[in-house]
Design a protein around this ligand. Structure first.
Ligand code: GDP
Length: 405
């Protein structure tokens, strides 16, 4: 089964996030009709307007009553693939979850009310998305029905959005005029009616066009967990962090850069299963001059980077950090001592303001440069989660988490 593609939906309060989610669930058939009718009825009985936000209200009520549905993970399926909407409960939680990997989004949606235009939270969310490095951002100019389907107004808000992203040297992947309430341009193109002046793809088509390859198809990466002696030689044990591997493949062991050939891929009790892919825990028998050690990374093409200086965005969840103090960086199975140079410090709740970069306090985030005492193997461009994120330990205690910029 295909893994759901994780997205996060952001935007200023009341700009239509809940309505969009309800609309998506409805239009993609994620909710059965009878269940939906039941939810709508109970929402009307409770005196609430009959709009798509009721779907989420109903979920919330069920959750409050301790019933089944988890609104922190909402699923729907398009023509191309399944999606999961990651909940962004608050700025700090969002940043913590993204930077610790508790829940990562591959793409983001930013909703802007066509009548109100850009508001303080629109700006903050755009900034946070740029800080956590989400590149694929789809902007929805919502409530065009309320804005009289005015094309001029859409173009005006779209221009404001482009200017906003330019401040963070980004560009949105797409800017689409929609009405979450009527469903126009959400799951299907609005060829007629108020939005007929728009000829581009609808929101779901744009989401489907995002081409992040599934993790099985990214470069092969395998962080060595342990090495055991076996009667047939050394077996290098670990989990495939991304990509796939077959017996006979040529690989390279980083950070040293030594070549090796895969003689067998063992999966107990099989001595050679012939192939392994993302998520498989296997033992590799390698023909190599030197047996890899724990903390080294067995990789395919293109090669990861072996660095001792790199940029990162970090989130801090311990006592204050003072620039220059020695820490331990743990990335996959690697552990390397290093020092963090704080460049810019932010409070995730108000990221438009920079704080004093001398120290980093609990709940804050920072753009920084990290210098390590030995080489660290990272993978900033191949989107391999394990080699793109790390944990920071101070005096043996986890104190922060971050992603490679
Ligand atoms: P959230 O706070 O971002 O989740 O916003 P909601 O989805 O709760 O929407 C806030 C209000 O705007 C609700 O009353 C919605 O019915 C209304 N709304 C949302 N989308 C639209 C839209 O496309 N058109 C109109 N006219 N109203 C909308």
């Amino acid at each position: 089964m295909m893994r759901p593609f994780p997205i996060v939906i952001t935007g200023h309060v009341d700009h239509g996030k809940s309505t969009l989610i309800g609309r998506l669930l409805y239009d993609t058939g994620a909710l059965q009709a009878d269940r939906l009718a039941e939810m709508r009825q109970s929402s009307q009985d409770a005196g609430k307007a009959s709009e798509f936000a009721f779907v989420l209200d109903a979920f919330e009520e069920e959750r409050a009553r301790g019933i089944t549905i988890d609104t922190s993970q909402i699923y729907f399926t398009s023509a191309r693939r399944p999606y999961v909407i990651i909940d962004a409960p608050g700025h700090r939680e969002f940043i913590r979850n993204m930077l610790t990997g508790a829940s990562y989004a591959d793409a983001a949606v930013l909703m802007v009310d066509a009548v109100e235009g850009i508001c303080p939270q629109t700006r903050r969310h755009a900034k946070l998305l740029s800080l956590v490095g989400i590149k694929d951002i789809c902007v929805l100019i919502n409530k065009l029905d309320q804005a009289g389907y005015d094309r001029g107004r859409y173009l005006e808000v779209a221009a404001q959005v482009r200017d906003l992203f330019a401040e963070f040297s980004g560009t949105p992947f797409a800017i689409i005029p929609i009405s979450a309430l009527t469903g126009e341009n959400v799951a299907t193109r609005a060829r007629e009616g108020g939005l007929s002046w728009y000829y581009g793809p609808c929101f779901l088509e744009v989401l489907d066009a995002i081409d992040t390859p599934p993790i099985e198809e990214r470069p092969f990466r395998f962080a060595v967990q342990d090495v055991y002696q076996h009667e047939k030689g050394a077996v290098v044990v670990g989990k495939v962090d991304s990509g796939r591997l077959a017996t006979g493949d040529e690989v390279v062991v980083w950070p040293g850069g030594d070549s090796a050939r895969v003689r067998a891929i063992a999966k107990y009790p099989e001595p050679d299963v012939g192939a392994a892919s993302y998520g498989d825990a296997v033992g590799l028998f390698l023909d190599a001059d030197r047996v890899p050690q724990r903390g080294e990374v067995v990789a395919g093409e293109p090669a990861p980077n072996a660095v001792s200086l790199f940029g990162a965005t970090i989130f801090w969840f311990a006592d204050s950090y003072v620039s220059g103090r020695r820490v331990m960086i743990r990335c996959a199975t690697q552990a390397v001592a290093g020092v963090i140079e704080l460049l810019k410090v932010y409070d995730p709740a108000a990221p438009d303001e920079e704080l004093d970069p001398e120290s980093l306090n609990i709940g804050e985030m920072a753009r920084c440069r990290i210098r390590t005492e030995a080489s660290l193997v990272i993978d900033p461009f191949a989107r391999v989660p394990e080699l793109g994120r790390f944990v920071i330990e101070c005096d043996g205690v986890p104190a922060g988490a971050g992603i490679v910029a």
